[in-house]
Structure formats: structure tokens, C-alpha cells
Design a protein around this ligand. Structure first.
Ligand code: H2B
Length: 96
């Protein structure tokens, strides 16, 4: 089943509810950069997010170096942002 891409208005509302996240320059993804105490904390966080991602079948694009994690959320099936990205971003905000 196709996943609906957010309209510009919906995207604006979503960003207001996600203060830690910013819109990627092309408008098709949201990004957040996190810094942890050390690699163990960063990887523990990534593990919690990975378990949730598998559960909801929605996966982050991310980059980790030592204690930093840069996360990009977009929905490939919608070629842009969907409610799935918003839901995963909210989950992530609840984990950090
Ligand atoms: N993750 C993300 N970020 N976007 C998707 O469109 C997506 C996904 N689709 N995880 C899922 C998996 C799809 O490939 C499988 C077949 O359900």
C-alpha cells in the first residue's frame, strides 16, 4: 500500500512539533544530530532505535562516529516525508 507524502502544510505542522529536528535542504527529509557521553551510550541508543525500526518496518538513515549520531528520516516509499518519519522522530525524542 502506498504511503502518503505530507503536504507542505502538514510538514510545517510536523516540524513545529519536533523542535530538535530540521528540514533537509531539499525538503524531503528531517535530520537530527545527537551527541552522547561515549560510544557505548551512542550505540545503546542506536540499538533501541533499531529495535523500534524493525518493529514498525521503518528505518533511519544514520551516521555514527564515536559519540555522535546523525539521523536522517525520510520515507523511500513516499519519496519524501510521511507520518512514519514523524512517528519515528517522536520515538527517538523519547529515547534520548
Ligand atoms: N524505511 C524507510 N525509511 N522508508 C521506507 O519507505 C521503508 C523503510 N520501507 N523500511 C520499508 C522498509 C519497505 O522497504 C519494506 C518492504 O516494507
Amino acid at each position: 500500500m502506498p504511503i502518503a507524502r505530507l503536504t507542505d502544510a502538514e510538514r510545517g505542522d510536523a516540524l513545529k512539533s519536533l523542535p530538535g529536528w530540521s528540514l533537509r535542504a531539499d525538503g524531503l527529509a528531517i535530520v537530527r544530530e545527537l551527541k552522547f557521553a561515549d560510544f557505548g551510550e551512542a550505540f545503546g541508543f542506536m540499538t533501541r532505535v533499531a529495535i523500534q525500526a524493525e518493529k514498525v518496518d521503518h528505518h533511519p538513515e544514520w551516521f555514527n562516529v564515536y559519540n555522535k549520531v546523525r539521523i536522517t528520516l525520510t520515507t523511500h516509499d513516499a519519496e519524501g516525508l510521511s507520518l512514519r518519519d514523524v512517528a519515528l522522530a517522536k520515538f527517538i525524542d523519547g529515547v534520548v
